[in-house]
Design a protein around this ligand. Structure first.
Ligand SMILES: Cc1cc2nc3c(=O)[nH]c(=O)nc-3n(C[C@H](O)[C@H](O)[C@H](O)COP(=O)(O)OP(=O)(O)OC[C@H]3O[C@@H](n4cnc5c(N)ncnc54)[C@H](O)[C@@H]3O)c2cc1C
Length: 292
């Protein structure tokens, strides 16, 4: 097994990991990034982004390409690898993958979240083509349209979407209809359409819609912290998000966390970058204090 040594190792190359990498590299810190998929792979799957400063409206794939270009032009050492554990040693952390151990004095975790799917026929086919997992991100695209809403955790989505949409069909819930909200006890069995989602099928009927929002909960990308959480209870929240203090440091000194993976309700690109900016500044000043 090889071992590589850094001052700060970043786990995950979404907008938060890349932002952290750029700040640390600019400050001449010996930094590297480990990513299990591709840089900004999540952003690349998004449809239209219209709330990111400097880009009035941009396709996810185009923004992801810009992020990737900036990452690679910064010449930050980059490794394609999945982190499966972090071990603690006297002078450093050992960030473990199946093939390598990365040794680092500081660790910045930016591993994001995974949206839980419903597992319904054609759900993947229409993702980004009428199906969205983020009402705050895509809700504005459905002004005065007929939309569907489904999943275990939709209460906030309903509140957010109700003033925007013309009609909202909520599936899998037995409640009295009110205002522009129609409740259907039946679950969705299939999504229908040619290239874009057009209809929702249940065991009872087929309903025409312009789009569908799904919120079935999220899984934070923190399974590799299981062992550390046993040693340092409270590292993870009961839902698996990373608890941080106001410096974005966890309850383990020199391990920081940012972006979607932390225990904070906002999950947006600007927030991911902002938290990474703050955390990397704290890491830089801490490293500089040590080397004085
Ligand atoms: C449908 C949808 C639409 C959205 N639209 C918008 C929008 O319009 N505007 C907006 O601001 N935000 C939007 N978002 C939210 C935005 O995508 C996230 O807030 C942002 O991607 C968070 O960045 P991050 O760097 O924290 O995490 P991510 O972008 O999720 O990046 C985490 C990275 O870590 C990697 N990783 C995970 N585990 C490991 C591991 N063990 N080892 C190595 N690498 C690992 C992953 O492969 C991934 O590349 C949307 C989200 C969804 C789902």
């Amino acid at each position: 097994m090889n071992s590589l040594k850094f001052d700060c190792l970043i786990i995950g190359a979404g907008p938060s990991g890349i932002t952290g990498g750029i700040y640390l590299q600019n400050a001449k810190i010996n930094v590297a990034i480990v990513e299990k998929s591709a840089p900004s792979s999540k952003i690349a799957t998004l449809n239209e982004i219209n709330n990111y400063l400097g880009e009035k409206s941009i396709k996810g794939i185009d923004l992801a390409m810009k992020f990737q270009e900036q990452l690679f032009s910064a010449n930050i050492p980059y490794f394609s690898d999945e982190v499966i554990d972090i071990k603690e040693h006297q002078e450093h952390f050992e960030v473990v993958t199946n093939t390598t151990s990365y040794l680092s004095k500081y660790v910045l975790i930016s591993t994001g979240i995974i949206n839980k799917k419903l597992g319904i026929l054609n759900e993947d086919k229409f993702f980004g083509q009428g199906i969205s997992y983020c009402s705050v991100c895509d809700g504005a695209l459905y002004k005065d349209k007929v939309i569907a809403l489904a999943g275990k955790t939709i209460n906030n989505d309903l509140k957010y979407l109700q003033p925007i949409a013309k009609t909202i069909h909520v599936f899998g819930k037995k409640q009295k209809n009110h205002d522009n909200v129609i409740f259907h006890e039946e679950e969705i069995t299939e999504f229908l359409g040619k290239f874009f989602l057009q209809q929702i099928k249940t065991s009872k009927e087929i309903i025409d819609v312009d789009g569908c929002f799904i919120n079935n909960g999220v899984i934070p990308g923190t399974s590799f912290l299981k062992n550390l959480n046993e040693k340092y209870p409270g590292l993870l929240s009961d839902k698996g998000f990373i608890n941080v203090d106001s410096n974005y440091e966890t309850n383990i000194k020199k391990i920081y966390a940012v972006g979607d993976a932390i225990n904070y309700p906002v999950k947006q690109i600007s927030f991911a970058s902002g938290t990474a900016c703050a955390a990397s500044h704290n890491i830089i000043s801490s490293i500089k204090k040590e080397t004085k």
